[in-house]
Design a protein around this ligand. Structure first.
Ligand SMILES: Nc1ncnc2[nH]cnc12
Ligand SMILES: [Zn+2]
Length: 338
């Protein structure tokens, strides 16, 4: 029975999936300091407060510069395990039942960290999260789009001996100037390997990048996609295709993709019939996990309880979880929503 709950409490207990979270973006300053100490690294900050104070961004690149710097404390299998376990604990507390997690191998392999170290630690945490909280998950290997396609091809090659550890590939980092078409060959190869395909598109980049992601990369899901709304034909196409959009409200606010939260496009997306979902992107940098992202919109009356149910349903149907898992989660959701 959920009739007498406040909307905050309703969101807190709502079963949901998270489909857009970068594991490197879940590195909280406290863990950054712990890992720096464990690995004998001197940080360019002298306190946790100083780290948080530096998280003031005016665009995506501002954020990426500090985000790649933060990832330098991640060195060992145990570091990646601890990072992922901390995320899973937070996600489980937010009633996330299934998570599809991005990781950026090139951020680590380019520093001399073995691919196996990264995936080994993340995978160990995935198994433990499922045993401990029943939280299922999948890993999505993201290519850094500011680097050449050859580097992405080499990264995919590296992943081949552990292909069962990932469910798909994605495309992230600096969007403008690095269109999806730059990665046509590596995405075609990933498709041949049976992997799911996603790409950040239309976060800062124009609607043309979303068209390229659809037509050239053949993606199964759009990450962000906000700027699709500038093109009515594209919006209609996304609605007709039923493709899921993984939208990240607090990220959009912190990276100045939206002017302020009252201008967030989620209500408009839902009205147009887009399969939008709510996600945290880089929660340690943007001020909140998935439920905080729901609350950022409910608190100002932008979405109501019925919208929250729609968004949670979209997250489950838009996931790459096996059909039986999706059916079980949808059933749980419908019982909860009454
Ligand atoms: N919001 C975002 N856009 C592009 N690349 C990212 N890497 C981590 N977060 C990202
Ligand atoms: Zn992202």
């Amino acid at each position: 029975m959920t009739n007498n709950l406040t909307l905050d409490d309703f969101v807190a207990g709502l079963p949901k999936a998270e489909l857009h979270v970068h594991i490197e973006g879940t590195l909280e300053p406290e863990l950054m300091f712990d890992l720096a100490q464990r690995n004998g690294i001197t940080l360019p900050f002298n306190s946790i407060e100083a780290v948080r104070a530096a998280y003031d961004f005016s665009n995506l690149q501002d954020f990426l510069d500090i985000y790649y710097q933060g990832a330098d404390v991640l060195r060992t299998e145990a570091d990646f395990y601890d990072l992922a376990m901390a995320y899973f604990a937070r996600a489980a507390a937010d009633c996330v039942r299934h998570a599809e997690i991005f990781f950026d191998p090139q951020t680590h392999t380019d520093r001399g960290i073995a691919y196996e170290t990264v995936v080994g630690g993340l995978n160990r945490a995935q198994l433990e999260a499922e045993a401990k909280w029943g939280l299922t998950s999948g890993l999505i290997l993201c290519f850094l789009r500011h680097l050449p396609e050859e580097a992405a091809l080499e990264t995919l090659e590296m992943a081949l001996t552990h292909l069962d550890k990932i469910i798909g590939v994605g495309l992230d980092s600096s969007e403008v100037g690095h269109p999806p078409s730059k990665f046509a060959r590596v995405f075609a190869r990933a498709r041949e390997l049976g992997l799911k395909l996603v790409a950040h598109a239309g976060e800062e980049g124009p609607p043309e990048y979303v068209y390229e992601a659809l037509d050239i990369l053949n993606i199964d899901r759009v990450d962000h996609g906000n700027r699709s709304l500038e093109d009515d034909a594209l919006t209609k196409r996304l609605v007709a295709s039923g493709l899921t959009l993984t939208v990240c409200p607090l990220s959009n606010y912190k990276l100045c993709v939206v002017e302020d939260m009252t201008h967030h496009p989620i209500p408009h997306m839902l009205k147009r019939g887009l399969k939008a979902t709510i996600n945290s992107d880089d929660p340690a940098y943007f001020g909140g996990y998935v439920n905080d992202n729901f609350r950022a919109l409910t608190a100002i009356g932008l979405i109501d309880q019925a919208d929250c149910v729609t968004l949670a349903r979209n997250s489950i149907t838009g996931s790459f979880a096996p059909d039986a898992r999706k059916a079980a989660l949808l059933k749980e959701l419908e019982i909860y929503a009454g």
